[in-house]
Design a protein around this ligand. Structure first.
Ligand SMILES: C[S@@+](CC[C@H](N)C(=O)[O-])C[C@H]1O[C@@H](n2cnc3c(N)ncnc32)[C@H](O)[C@@H]1O
Length: 266
């Protein structure tokens, strides 16, 4: 990838997630946590397994993994995310580091987990090779990314409301953004030296008693706080209206889908 393009994507991702660091565990994490039980079980994590959690955010994923093994470390390139993770989970080890340059020895971990991370990488090829480098022989790699865009109901409700009041502009994104096909991930995995690649779809529901986690998550992610107050109010009103059809009795239930990838080191 051209250096300038690489820098645009990396800086955009770093800025976005740094901005989301204080609200992340109360917002997006309540959705992204849904895929972790499957990743943990696919990678067969038990009390003897050493695990690296790549792009750990504010520690939600590392914390869930730590309920199965104490030997876990979370890394994230946003220092603010790492500060937050350390504040919330002081007994877990976190390091600020880019996934392109993992601060671990060759052949040193049993499992690498990347929960909703790899579609944010500017250079996924480089990261897959790093993952293969740090995994022990026969080590396991499990990841989750979003399924098809049209299956992300809560985000659909947001983007529809946003588009009513503001022009949608193309945001910088890495090569795996929106990618759900087997072949792309299988090629990446095998080029990195990983084998036995599998991909499956997981349907999840994002349940919430109030819309606050969704609204706050979208506002921080899209930096909508910078918009004039009347525009923010109009977007919010339309957003709330779009969410009405997902109300089931006293809670909201938003269908989502994720893609789960799994590979092993040769
Ligand atoms: C959507 S969050 C996922 C957080 C967490 N894994 C979870 O399950 O909710 C994506 C995280 O990946 C991090 N990230 C993105 N690109 C990265 C990179 N190149 N190196 C390390 N972390 C990265 C971001 O800072 C952000 O915290």
């Amino acid at each position: 990838m051209e250096k300038s393009n690489y820098n645009v994507i990396r800086n955009y991702e770093l800025e976005t997630w740094t901005r989301c660091s204080s609200s992340y565990n109360d917002t997006w994490a309540t959705l992204t946590n849904e895929t972790l039980p499957l990743l943990i079980s696919k990678a067969n994590i038990n009390s003897k397994t050493s695990v690296l959690d790549i792009g750990c955010g504010a520690g939600n994923s590392t914390n869930l993994i730590s309920q199965n093994t104490a030997d876990v470390i979370g890394i994230d390139f946003s220092e603010r995310m790492i500060d937050k993770a350390r504040e919330v989970y002081p007994n877990i080890t976190f390091k600020s580091s880019d996934a392109e340059d993992i601060p671990l020895e060759d052949n040193s971990v049993d499992v690498v987990i990347a929960n909703f991370v790899i579609h944010h990488f500017a250079e996924p090829n480089k990261v897959f090779k790093e993952i293969n480098r740090v995994l022990k022989s026969n080590g396991k790699f499990a990841f989750a990314v979003w399924g098809a865009n049209e299956e992300q109901s809560s985000l659909g409700a947001f983007f529809q409301a946003f588009a009513n009041h503001h022009e949608l502009t193309e945001l910088p994104h890495g090569p795996l953004f929106g990618v759900t096909d087997f072949e792309t991930y299988n090629t990446l995995a095998s080029n990195a030296g990983l084998k036995n690649f599998t991909l499956e779809k997981l349907n999840t529901d994002w349940k919430m008693n109030s819309l606050d986690p969704l609204i706050n998550g979208c506002w921080d992610w899209g930096n909508l706080h910078l918009f004039p107050k009347d525009k923010q109010d109009s977007i919010k009103n339309d957003f709330i209206e779009n969410c009405e059809s997902f109300k089931k009795e006293d809670q909201y239930l938003f269908p989502h889908s994720a893609i789960i990838g799994y590979a092993e080191k040769t």
